[in-house]
Design a protein around this ligand. Sequence first.
Ligand SMILES: [Mn+2]
Length: 306
Amino acid sequence: MNHIFDQINQEIKGAQRIILIAHQKPDGDACGSLLAMYSYLQSIGKTVGIFVADKPASYFSYLPNIDSISIDKNIFSRGWDVAIFLDSSDTPHTRVDMSKLASATIVNIDHHISNTLYGKVNFVDAKASSTCEIVYNYLSYNGFVMDKRTATCLLSGIISDTGGFKNGATNLSAMNITSDLIRAGASVGNISSLVGMNKSIGGLRLWGEVLSRIRINKKHNIAFTYIKQSDFRMYNVSEEELDGFIDFLNVIVDAKIAMLFRLSPEQARVSMRTTKDDVDLSAIATRFGGGGHKKAAGFTIDFNAQ
Ligand SMILES: [Mn+2]
């Protein structure tokens, strides 16, 4: 493990301008790993930029430096020596025009089993609970003294990707790192309530509507439901109000797989979850051009594609 950390250090040592990138529709792990890495690189005197294709959900406003995340593609014209991709299984899901990074060294730090190893340096550990776990190990390796702000970022990623210490990604190292992050001042209770329990009344009514549409595919034992764009308008809530829904759907004990279809006229974005050890959702998602983990994965069906 440390050998690759040395390679990453080697690339960073020779660089002054470093851009950090994560996947579109950034979750807690994407935002947390970006912002922890941002703090570290600034502490060693680098000029750092952050890009994600979509604005982070408003409930991430508690994360230190969240306003440093840019959704403006013009950031790439500023010229970067190194681009560090975090929590991104491939580059298409970052919606970055890679030709704009032709002269930059690509570093890829991730924990998706479907990662395509697109970097010059790739640190991909599918056993890690989260990208934040890997970033924590990297910062520790470099002797970074953990402060409350950085600990809050990293713990957000672990809480996000372990579903609040409930899903299959919850492992011993995640718990050990969590105890260290708590020691540094981060709060499990605060982060959990800010990220998971932040629904409006309209949002809960929308959940009710989507729950009422659950159907079971008996042949494959799949519980599925759907949401249309117009539903968000009908309940006058933003799309982030549905965040967490697919994990909630995964509580159905009888079903092997839970699926949520987000429908628009152009495409269906499909999220999948399972609690079963004999199901590999990453393999299913990859077949449809998506990716993810064994127990949590997704893909998009483009209705206009031939
Ligand atoms: Mn992740």
